[in-house]
Design a protein around this ligand. Structure first.
Ligand code: HSE
Length: 436
């Protein structure tokens, strides 16, 4: 084994800078733990002049990541550029083609092209590692692939997006609406200028696709994920949920169902009402958490920072140290050819209780009409909330209903009928109630 592992870092933004700083400050520790010394030999960023808080002597600086990959013979290239296409993809493809290891935090790239990249890495005999891509500093890929390897994973339930968790927590604490809290989160740097990947659930879905593949040994199937974001959640939903004993969280959930007639993998990202007394309900602000249930270990939960310079750098370094130690694990825990192609379970067969918010005209007979549709659909109500009344007889009032469990198609059919009632003024809002 060589006494040095050379590293090139593509992308010196928040995580890249954190990684440089961690490698610098923990150098002695890391050598003691990894064996070889970990030495950064090159970095690439459009802004090469900025002070990164570390001594850059002896590190080649490039403003073109592809040039860096072509000219540098580093053992490992750390890709921290991001994005599923473009430079990030080319950096990873070229690095693998050159027989070098890749460490990346790029969940979008792996959710869309992970199978192909993992297949090539396997043929070439290099590592493609991505601990930092899922839940930032939480070592959940290692936990699934190594610590829980003795289990069949039954279910994973995760708060996988810190931006959404922050927004929902702040809406609950302040009573403000989504748009206002999002604008504040952007001003604080918690939310991106273009927040759509986060608030529309796409970022969480990228992570869920990777978790499901590792947990079940199946092919990455991003297209099979049902995705809903949090833009439609109102502060009224949050207060009604609290009154009913629940909190609203954006969850990524995956479950393997093995039976002869209806086998497959459930993969869904959407807001959920979860009971206030459960651990996940108390994971607040920007934190992430992943609850994993294994058949032998039972329920486990991992919580921590899902983003940020140092937590994400911590995960990047874990992959680098694995490579330095000579650990060679398949990207998704088994050879790509052996990853099963398992169908995604359709949402219409999902079984759940539901929270329904309706905006209805405040006049006699409206609830009777709604109840008739629920009765005809064989839907049983659990609770109904209406606070106060509208200021005029033709004004709208919010009615919240929770139901017993049923097939999702039953609920959506009834809601389609409810939406056609003259007294119903907005499309109904449906949020799944989740036993976590
Ligand atoms: N933007 C993500 C989040 C972190 O808000 O959790 C990186 O995936």
């Amino acid at each position: 084994m060589s006494d040095t592992l050379s590293i090139a870092i593509a992308g010196l933004g928040t995580v890249g800078t954190g990684t440089l700083q961690l490698l610098d400050r923990q150098a002695r520790w890391l050598t003691e733990r990894a064996g070889p010394a970990l030495r950064v030999v090159a970095v690439a960023d459009l802004d090469t002049g900025r002070d990164r808080g570390v001594n850059m002597d002896g590190i080649a600086c490039y403003d073109d990541a592809l040039k860096m990959v072509a000219e540098t013979d580093a053992d490992v290239v750390v890709e921290l550029i991001g994005g599923s296409e473009g430079i990030a993809r080319k950096v990873c493809e070229t690095t693998i083609a050159r027989g070098r290891h890749v460490v990346t935090a790029n969940k979008a790239l792996l959710a869309h092209h992970g199978m192909e990249l993992a297949g090539t890495a396997e043929k070439v005999g290099v590592v493609l590692a991505y601990e930092a891509a899922v839940a930032g500093g939480i070592p959940i890929i290692k936990a699934l692939r190594e610590g829980l390897v003795g289990n069949r994973i039954v279910r994973i339930t995760g708060i996988l997006n810190g931006t959404c968790n922050y927004i929902l927590s702040a809406m609950r604490e302040t009573g403000k609406e989504f748009d206002e809290v999002l604008a504040e989160a952007q001003a604080l740097g918690y939310a991106e200028a273009d927040p759509s990947f986060d608030v529309d659930g796409v970022d969480a879905a990228h992570k869920l696709a990777l978790l499901a593949a590792v947990a079940y040994g199946c092919a990455v199937n991003f297209d099979g994920i049902h995705i809903e974001g949090i833009r439609h959640i109102t502060s009224r939903d949050i207060t009604c949920a609290e009154e009913l004993g629940y909190r609203i969280k954006l969850l990524g959930i995956t479950r393997r169902v093995d039976n002869d007639s209806n086998g497959g993998v459930e993969q869904r990202v959407h807001p959920c009402l979860i009971p206030t007394g459960t651990p996940l309900a108390h994971v607040e602000d920007v934190l992430n958490a992943v609850a994993v249930e294994g058949d032998f270990v039972g329920p486990t939960m991992f919580e921590g920072a899902g983003a940020g310079a140092f937590p994400t750098a911590s995960a990047v370094i874990a992959d680098i140290v694995d490579i330095a130690r000579g650990l060679r694990i398949f990207t998704f825990g088994r050879p790509v050819a052996e990853l099963e192609k398992v169908p995604s379970l359709p949402m219409e067969n999902h079984f759940s209780a539901y929270y329904i918010r309706l905006s209805v005209a405040d006049k006699p007979g409206v609830i009777a009409d709604i109840s008739a549709i629920l009765r005809d659909g064989d839907i049983s109500m659990e609770t109904m909330l209406q606070h106060g009344h509208a200021k005029t007889s033709s004004g709208a009032v919010t009615v919240v209903i929770t139901t017993h469990e049923m097939r999702e198609a039953t609920m959506t059919n009834a809601l389609a009928k409810i939406a056609t009632l003259d007294a119903v003024e907005e499309p109904p809002c449906m949020i799944r109630m989740e036993a976590v």
